[in-house]
Design a protein around this ligand. Structure first.
Ligand code: ADP
Length: 751
């Protein structure tokens, strides 16, 4: 259908199922007029037109409002009786005619309205069936009723007469109800030329064929003209033409003219009328269904056209999406505006080609290999759509030769039987995204390589530190050993300056050894090789042992050092040497960062299932903003640097690793210029959980001074006050430290 036709079809006006009492009255008036006129004009007119009022009564019945349905029947029946009486028909036969008219209208209108709206329609095959059945059944039954009356009146009808009555009644029903049913009025042509031409041809042919004497066969010349109209014109036109042709043919015949002339004297009027009615009936039965079906097809095709146009508009509005349709062999049938823009090709040039025009051969091979098929687009599409409809990236070449990446989804198109008739490919240009992803991947790769290099360098550094430290430890031990022997006078008395120099050598040597030890442990920590022993041990012994080591530092300083150990064993499972390293580090730091006149407290508390070690001081403290780095390697606080207090920044990180490996936690609280508290919480070993095992003699007794007991002297010695307290007998500072918030929690807040 051309676009002209399509837009004209859109001009259609659907007639609603309106009922009208006024129209019904008019129709009944027409019944009266035609009946009276025909009767007045004479027998030939009666023969030709006597059944027209019957059809009009039915027409009145279908247009009348439903509650007035009986009125056309009653008035039509009465008029039928009256007309027959006018024509001198015997009374009973006249009554029969009236009853027959009413019966026909009743049956036909019921069937026509069956299952539908008030006013019958002619818009579908169902409507057509109702029209045919109603307009046939009514006349047949009505004629049977009439025949019954005529027989009862003592004048049995001839079969030929009955046939022509049925034919004429059926014809009048089929034709005369048509203008009053609802149907679509479709304007097909923008110019009416064809319409007028067809009308002219039909009118001319009608005039000719019904007047040419003895040329019966010429009437068939009308058939192709009506068929042309049925195919090309509206149903409305065709109904009008049928009416015109019928009225003309019957009128001419009634005048006794033409091949179908009804002549009462010269011929058998019944036979003439039968032939004419058969012809007209055939014309109606040919034209109406044909015109209706043609109209339905036109409507469907117009609808399909509109839908296609809509789909086309939608597809072309997607300018950032390429939509490409192919047939089942991969030949392009659709190439939307988006595809034109994204690929640079003109849609007209692409129709009939395959996507290989813009998909490089290498890409086809890669895609085909991925799905295990031949490198042809339709085969790849078939294989892909069998699996999933997930989008895949395809490399495509623009007409300019530029390579782009499209995210492409292929879907199958099926016909009504489910057969694959083609494929629809929708794609978006994702080149920018792919480039970003590639760049990101490259950056990640570079970063991973850099990390690997760094890790390798780190491992090399650890290995170097470990090796160097190992190598340093042996000669250092020897140097320190000989220096100590010298200092102890094993090689004779020393002068004061030499003794002083030796002391410095030994001090610095010790610092160096401590550094080497730290580095060795650190390299083991970093290598994850801090293999610790796990033996039951008493943390009190660990503290005493550590204190023994720092005791010389305490001597000669004005510090109040208190060690508060419980009476019962503080048992943990662990590595005594490593735990001593931790305590030593905490103690050394407390002493280092506390000025003379200050106080250092060391205590062990036995909690339900834990052993808590606390080392607190009233020293310099750590700036708040630096505290979260406390346990990181090589951290030294700004205060330590400013005050030039020696250190490497390794001790706490090593302590952290050791405590963590013991399943414990280490934490600290500190206030600048007030002091710091370090807390170590270790899981107690089984006996410790029942804590306070009755072993320990009171502190400060022999046991406290046993082989591993700290060398602690009560009272003041060289300005340094150190003291071992019994539980509960310590100074307020020590008790305060124990009641520090950290000590009450098994997990310190900073660790
Ligand atoms: P080092 O003491 O050898 O520098 P550590 O790891 O033991 O290394 O300690 C790291 C840093 O933490 C110290 O340099 C110091 O700045 C701070 N610090 C540790 N303990 C204390 C403390 N008791 N009082 C003040 N600052 C401390």
């Amino acid at each position: 259908m051309s676009s002209t036709e399509g837009s004209a079809v859109a001009d259609r006006v659907a007639e609603g199922p309106v009922t009208s009492g006024r129209l019904a009255v008019l129709l009944i008036a027409a019944v009266l007029a035609i009946g009276a006129t025909a009767t007045t004009l004479g027998d030939t007119w009666v023969i030709a037109f006597t059944q027209w009022p019957v059809g009009l009564v039915t027409a009145a019945a279908i247009v009348a409002p439903r509650r007035w349905w009986w009125a056309p029947l009653l008035s039509g029946g009465a008029l039928g009786w009256w007309t027959m009486r006018l024509a001198d028909v015997v009374p009973l036969a006249a009554v029969g005619f009236g009853v027959s008219v009413a019966a026909q209208a009743l049956v036909a209108s019921v069937v026509l309205r069956w299952g539908g709206p008030d006013r019958p329609r002619l818009r579908s095959q169902g409507d057509l069936a109702r029209w045919l059945v109603g307009c046939t059944l009514g006349p047949v039954l009505g004629t049977a009723v009439l025949a019954g009356f005529v027989v009862a009146a003592g004048d049995p009808p001839r079969p030929a007469e009955a046939v022509v009555v049925v034919l004429a009644a059926t014809f009048s029903h089929l034709l005369l109800v048509l203008p009053f049913v609802g149907f679509d009025r479709v304007t097909l042509f923008r110019t009416d030329t064809e319409r007028w031409l067809q009308w002219a041809a039909v009118l001319a042919a009608t005039g000719a064929v019904f007047t040419l004497q003895d040329q019966v066969a010429w009437a068939f010349a009308l058939v192709p003209l009506l068929a042309w109209g049925a195919l090309r014109l509206t149903l409305q036109d065709m109904i009008a033409q049928l009416l015109v042709v019928s009225v003309a043919a019957l009128t001419i015949a009634s005048f006794g003219i033409g091949p179908y002339s009804i002549s009462v004297e010269a011929r058998d009027a019944v036979a003439d009328s039968t032939v004419l009615h058969l012809f007209l009936l055939s014309a109606v039965l040919l034209v109406v269904p044909y015109a209706l079906v043609a109209q339905l097809l036109r409507e469907r095709s117009a609808e399909a056209h509109r839908e296609r146009e809509l789909v086309g508009r939608i597809m072309n509005s997607a300018t950032r999406t390429a939509i490409i349709g192919t047939d089942r062999d991969g030949r392009i049938t659709l190439f939307n505006v988006g595809a034109e823009l994204l690929l640079g090709y003109d849609a007209r040039d692409m129709l009939g080609l395959t996507p290989a025009t813009f998909v490089p051969r290498s890409e086809l091979h890669a895609q085909a290999e991925a799905v295990g098929t031949a490198p042809e687009f339709h085969r790849i599409a078939r294989a892909l759509t069998k699996r999933s409809s997930e989008p895949r990236d395809w490399r495509m070449r623009r007409k300019s030769g530029e390579m782009r990446t499209h995210s492409l989804t292929i879907t199958r198109m099926h016909d009504q039987r489910g057969e694959v008739v083609g494929y629809v490919c929708t794609s978006e240009d994702v080149t920018a995204r792919v480039q970003r992803q590639d760049a990101l991947l490259a950056a990640l790769l570079t970063e991973r390589e850099a990390v690997e290099r760094l890790e390798q360098a780190d491992r090399m550094k650890d290995a170097l530190v470990s090796t160097v430290s190992h190598e340093l430890r042996t000669p250092l031990t020897s140097v320190l050993g000989y220096a100590t022997m010298l200092a102890d006078g094993d090689f004779g008395d020393l002068s004061a300056p030499v003794a002083q120099t030796l002391d410095r050598i030994i001090n610095n040597g010790e610092r160096l050894r401590s550094l080497v030890e730290d580095l060795l442990v650190l390299s083991r920590v970093n290598a994850g090789q801090l293999d610790l022993a796990s033996e039951p041990l008493d943390m009190r012994d660990v503290v005493r042992s550590a204190y023994d080591v720092v005791a010389p530092q305490v001597e000669g300083r004005d510090l109040d050092v208190r060690v508060d150990l419980p009476d019962g064993k503080a048992l943990v499972d662990g590595d005594a040497g490593m735990l001593e390293r931790v305590v030593l580090n905490l103690l050394t730091n407390a002493l280092k960062f506390t000025r003379d006149g200050g106080q250092v407290d060391v205590s062990i508390t036995l909690e339900a299932e834990e052993v808590v070690l606390e080392v607190s001081d009233t020293g310099l403290g750590i700036p708040v903003e630096e505290q979260d780095q406390l346990f990181t390697q090589f951290f030294r606080s700004s205060v330590a640097k400013r005050e030039a207090i020696q250190g490497t920044g390794l001790g706490l990180s090593i302590a952290h690793a050791i405590i963590e490996q013991h399943g414990g936690v280490i934490g600290a609280t500190s206030e600048p210029s007030i002091g710091s508290t370090f807390l170590v919480v270790l899981p107690g070993s089984a006996p410790a959980r029942g804590n306070g095992s009755p072993e320990a003699p009171p502190r400060g007794t022999t046991n406290a001074r046993g082989p591993r007991a700290p060398r602690v002297r009560a009272g003041v010695s060289n300005g340094t006050r150190t003291r071992i307290c019994r539980r509960g007998s310590c100074s307020r500072a020590s008790r305060d430290a124990r009641s520090h918030p950290l000590a009450r929690h098994s997990r310190p807040s900073v660790c």
